[in-house]
Design a protein around this ligand. Sequence first.
Ligand SMILES: [Mn+2]
Length: 376
Amino acid sequence: MIRILHTADVHLDSPFSGLPPRCAEMRRNELRQTFVSMMTAAKRADCDLILIAGDLFDGALVTRETVRMLCREFEDFGRPIFVAPGNHDPASPGSVWQKVTFPDNVHVFTSTDPEGIDLADENGGDTGVTVYGYAFTGPDLTEVPFEGMRADDPERINLLVCHCDMLGANSTDCPVTAAHLAAFGADYAALGHIHNPPAAGPGNRYAYCGCPEPRAFDELGPKGALFVEIEKEDGVSTVSLRRVRFSRRRYEKGEVDCTGVASLAEIRERIGQKAAAEGWGDDTLAQVRLTGFVPPSLLIDTEALADPREYGLFSLCLTDSTRPDADPEELRSDPGIRGAIWREMESELNAEDPRRREVALRALRYALCAVAGDTV
Ligand SMILES: [Mn+2]
């Protein structure tokens, strides 16, 4: 039986440019810590090898600190590690893969031509395991490098580590299909590139591990890596997969219906209830949309409401999509000034652009309040 840690898409040294600089710095550190946690877990689980299926780095800009951390962790693991560079960190001339000498136990695939490596044990004996892989050598790879090839020896445990896009037939990020993988005939293909991993292939013959640490609101929920166990006897293998969370943080999206509230304090309470109901905590970066109908005089100050500490969150981004609880039909047919305001603004209130809608809503509130003689 062999045990493998399968990871990919770590995107070390990501700029996190959507965050304030201090938070971004913190997240870059956390990303490194997440990687260290994975390596520690691989050692603790007594993994025989590690497969890194591309995009270990976010781009060509790699910090000294990150390289030092990687070399230390790789060396400390001591057993074989295979890296198949992806579209974000291709093995191109002058890339980190050329500049840095990684420890001896690390094999980096550097060619788009697939290479198969037989794994030796500590004494140089044969383990019966072969690892196949290839590299992106530029940002695009429109061919499937292993098309028409087959793993040489069906008696061995054959692994394939590859960065590829199984979700887009016309993808320029190596458009691999289930048929390509079946024809190659690996016992397990460790895939990288898709950060929100879809279900594993039939019989667990292939799987995306997803990213270990999410970086934005299109990577929702906890993230991690895969522990893979493969048993092979008389040419027949069984593969079992275990997904383990490693992410320090998680991104979550939600809606809070504000219908019936009379004050900002009540909205605050509802946001708190939402966070509690969803189990969000200080690991959570939440994006919450306020919806429903509120009194026109209630001006929602999203900035004042969005202090994450009040709800025990790491960060909170609020958008206001509430509507004044005036009846649109009644307003539309109002012959007076209220109707005129509504008819003037109706197209903006239904605009495609959420920013324009928000501005229009705010304007409508001010206008209705002013007409009603309320203070704004
Ligand atoms: Mn990628």
